[in-house]
Design a protein around this ligand. Structure first.
Ligand code: PGA
Ligand code: ZN
Length: 428
C-alpha cells in the first residue's frame, strides 16, 4: 500500500491569465502527483461550482479560499489514505464538501486534488497515467475535434456559434489527424488574411471570427478544407458547438449577429438546414440546457447521421446521461472532469454513456493550463474522441503533442490503436 503523506495547493495561472488551483499529492514513499483545475466561460448551470474569492483582486477571480480548504481540511482528511483507492478518496472529498454542487470547498479544489491523487497513484504503480487507468481494458488514441474559428463567449460574442471545428475523418493515425488539421488551420488563416479579416485568435486559439453571418464561417471552413487539398466530408468533416444556452432561454433564441429571434423549432430548422448543406458530423448543445423538448426533437430529426453532443445539458453527470438516453435527448456526451468535480464521477459519467450506447468526447475548457491529463483519460478510458480547442497556443498544443507521444510510445506500455472515424459510428 502507498499512503498519502501530504496534500498541498498553490495558486497558478491559466491560459487567460486568471488564477487557478494546482494541487500536489505526495506519498509516504516519495511519489508525487500534480493536478490542475481548468476553468470554463460558457458553463452549464448544474456544473460543480468554481470557488472564487470575489472582491477587488484579479476581478474577483482569486482562489485563496479554495487553496486554504485543500491545505487544511483536505490535507487532514486524506492523510494516511491508500493513494490507489481513488473511489474511496473521491467519496471522502464529496462527503467533506457536503454540498450538492461542491460549492463549499469548490469544484476547482476538488478536481485538482482528485487528479493529483490519480497521478500520484500512477506514479506509485510506475505506470503512465493512461495505462494505469485502463486496468488491462482496451485503449485507443482518440479522434480529435479541433477548432478553426472560435466564437460565442470565447470571442466577445463576435458570432453566436461558439466552436467551428474540424474532424479529420480521413486520418489514419492521431499524428496524421493533426497534420491534416494543421493544413486546414493554416489555410483558414490565409483566407481570412486575403479578405483583410485576420485579427488574431479567440480564447482557445481559433481564428478570430470576423464574419457578417454565422453561415459565412461555415462557408469559409469548407473553403479552407478545400484550399488545404482535402475533400470536405470525406477527408475532413465539420463539428459545431452551438453552445445555445448562451443565447437562449425558455425556448427563445436571439442570434445577435443576424438580429434574428427564433423559437426552438426555428433554431432546429436552421441547424437542420446547415446539416443538409454542409459536411457536419457533430453538433454540440444545439439547443439550450433548459430546452429538453428541443433536444429530443433535434436528436430524432438527425438520427444516426450526426452526433448530438450534450455539454451544458449533461454536465458530466452519470444520472443525467442515463436519463437523456432514456428520453432520446442527445446521443453523445462531452466529458469534462471539472464539471463533475472528481475523477470517479467523471469516469461514472463516461461508463454510463457507454452502457447507454452514447459516444463520448473527453474535453478541455476554454481556460486551460499545461496539464495534459485529459489526453491520458481519453486514451486509457477508450473514450473515442478528444476536444481541446484549436491548433495554436501551448495550453492546447501541449495536449495534442502528448497524444503524439502516446501514439509513438513503444515497449510494454504501448498505447494502442487510433480510434479514427469509427469513433463517430460507435454504439457505446
Ligand atoms: P467553456 O466552453 O470551457 O468556456 O465552458 C467549452 C465548451 O462549451 O465546450
Ligand atoms: Zn460546449
Amino acid at each position: 500500500m502507498s499512503t498519502i503523506k501530504q496534500v498541498i495547493a498553490r495558486r497558478i495561472w491559466d491560459s487567460r491569465g486568471r488564477p487557478t488551483v494546482e494541487v500536489a499529492v505526495t506519498t509516504a514513499q516519495g511519489d508525487v502527483g500534480q493536478g490542475m483545475a481548468p476553468a470554463g466561460a460558457s458553463r452549464g448551470s448544474r456544473e460543480a461550482v468554481e470557488l472564487r474569492d470575489g472582491g477587488e483582486h484579479f476581478g474577483g477571480q482569486d482562489v485563496q479560499k479554495a487553496i486554504a480548504g485543500v491545505n487544511t481540511e483536505i490535507n487532514r482528511a486524506l492523510h494516511g489514505h491508500d493513494v490507489r483507492d481513488q473511489a474511496g478518496i473521491d467519496a471522502l472529498l464529496i462527503a467533506l464538501d457536503g454540498t450538492p454542487n461542491k460549492s463549499r470547498l469548490g469544484g476547482n479544489a476538488l478536481i485538482a486534488t482528485s487528479l493529483a491523487v490519480l497521478h500520484a497513484a500512477a506514479a506509485s504503480a510506475r505506470e503512465p497515467l493512461w495505462h494505469y487507468i485502463a486496468q488491462g481494458a482496451p485503449t485507443s488514441l482518440p479522434l480529435p475535434q479541433i477548432q478553426i474559428f472560435g466564437g460565442g463567449a470565447h470571442a466577445g460574442r463576435r458570432v453566436d456559434v461558439q466552436d467551428f471545428m474540424v474532424i479529420a475523418t480521413g486520418a489514419r493515425t492521431f499524428a496524421h489527424a493533426l497534420e491534416m488539421t494543421a493544413e486546414v488551420y493554416r489555410a483558414a488563416g490565409q483566407l481570412m488574411a486575403s479578405r483583410g479579416s485576420l485579427a488574431g485568435v479567440a480564447d482557445e486559439g481559433g481564428w478570430w471570427p470576423n464574419f457578417a453571418r454565422n453561415e459565412d464561417a461555415l462557408d469559409t471552413l469548407v473553403a479552407a478544407i478545400e484550399k488545404a487539398g482535402f475533400i470536405p466530408g470525406t477527408d475532413v468533416s465539420i463539428a459545431l458547438d452551438i453552445a445555445a444556452s448562451e443565447f437562449g432561454h425558455g425556448g427563445q433564441y436571439q442570434l445577435a449577429l443576424e438580429g434574428e429571434r427564433l423559437d426552438s423549432d426555428a433554431l432546429c430548422d436552421k441547424l437542420l438546414g446547415w446539416v443538409g448543406k454542409y459536411p457536419i458530423v457533430s453538433i454540440e448543445d444545439p439547443l439550450a440546457e433548459d430546452d429538453e423538448a428541443g433536444l429530443i426533437a433535434f436528436t430524432r430529426a438527425v438520427g444516426d447521421r450526426v452526433q448530438v453532443v450534450g455539454d451544458d445539458y449533461l454536465v458530466t453527470q452519470a444520472a443525467r446521461v442515463t436519463r437523456a438516453a432514456t428520453i432520446g435527448a442527445c446521443n453523445t456526451v462531452l466529458i469534462k472532469p471539472n464539471q463533475a468535480g472528481t475523477v470517479s464521477e467523471t469516469h461514472a459519467a463516461l461508463k454510463a454513456a457507454h452502457r447507454a450506447g452514447f459516444k463520448t468526447i473527453v474535453s478541455a475548457r476554454s481556460g486551460e493550463t499545461e496539464d495534459v491529463a485529459i489526453v491520458h483519460l481519453a486514451t486509457g478510458w477508450n473514450a473515442g474522441q478528444l476536444k481541446v480547442g484549436s491548433f495554436a497556443r501551448s495550453e492546447r498544443m501541449a495536449k495534442w503533442n502528448e497524444g503524439i507521444r502516446l501514439e509513438t510510445t513503444q515497449g510494454p506500455h504501448r498505447s494502442g490503436v487510433f480510434a479514427g472515424a469509427s469513433a463517430l459510428a460507435r454504439k457505446g
